[in-house]
Ligand binder design. Sequence first.
Ligand code: ADP
Ligand code: NA
Length: 336
Amino acid sequence: MRIVSGIQPTGNLHLGNYLGAIRNWVRMQDDAEAAGGQCLYFLADLHALSLPLVPAELTSNTREMVAALVACGIDPERSILFNQAQVPHHAEMQWLLNGTARMGWLNRMTQWKDKAGKNREGSSVALFTYPVLQAADVLLYQATHVPVGEDQKQHLELARDIAQKFNNDFASEAEPIFTLPAPFIPPEAARIMSLRDGTAKMSKSDPSDMARINLTDDADTIMQKVKKAKTDPEPLPSEKAGLEGRAEAKNLVSIYSAMTGEPVDAVLAQHGGEGFGKFKPALGEALIAHLAPINARFVELRQDTGALDAILRKGSEKARELAVPTLNAAYRALGL
Ligand code: ADP
Ligand code: NA
């Protein structure tokens, strides 16, 4: 089992990023190891070129993401943690695969249609072709499993189509160049909503800092944000059904559940009947207990730019070693 997964290096990380993305990576690291496999995790910095970018922010966001991943439990000794830009084999492989990918296949990608919208002429070529880079990202390492959310399923299908056509056109059935990666749906990720409006996603783009818990927030800030979170005046229900139509209450209960590891039913069985004046401090404490160690490590790591760069450098060396045989085989198959 070899799991390959990438994440965009964004800054200003919050509880939604942690529970919706980073924590799954930590779980997969354990699961892959238990199955005798390994995870390769990369920061998709080359993908940032598909949209407008600020170079200095990209550098700083990349470091911030490494610090967050390590603080949250990704162990660079167990998983290979690297960034695409330091493994030029990704870009090289993409070019080889560009010969196999068809314009029609890319034209059908709904992400392309959504992101380009009516501005196809003004979109970067990278926005059109990044699904081929994504194919290169996983095929390069003979990934057996790739975790995909709903919005990325179509791109993994494309990667499989490219791999299959390349194998058919340039390799023998007995010795295919590429492994067809299987999609797998990661364990259900919590979707965390804004603290100011339970129907909006918690997001770094929210203009109000009170709407989100940041990985950089200290204990006092966390407690203050939780106490100010929007709620309705009703006490908590003692069963799940009672949360229907109460977006804010539902969100706070699911955050509590995620922080303590207790299922929502158990949380409600215990706290049902409580008003938010009582439940909010308990939630604040649960958040602080879970996030304080992560926060401390994150703040410490974030200051040590040299150490962060070294993690990526070492990870990239390991990734390059794994990439070389497949890239060479692809060149040979093409007669290059
Ligand atoms: P943001 O919405 O803050 O800009 P991104 O779009 O950069 O966050 O998302 C980065 C990762 O974090 C993605 O995998 C995304 O699914 C996850 N994520 C972001 N916000 C949330 C949220 N509120 N709840 C769950 N997961 C989230
Ligand atoms: Na976003």
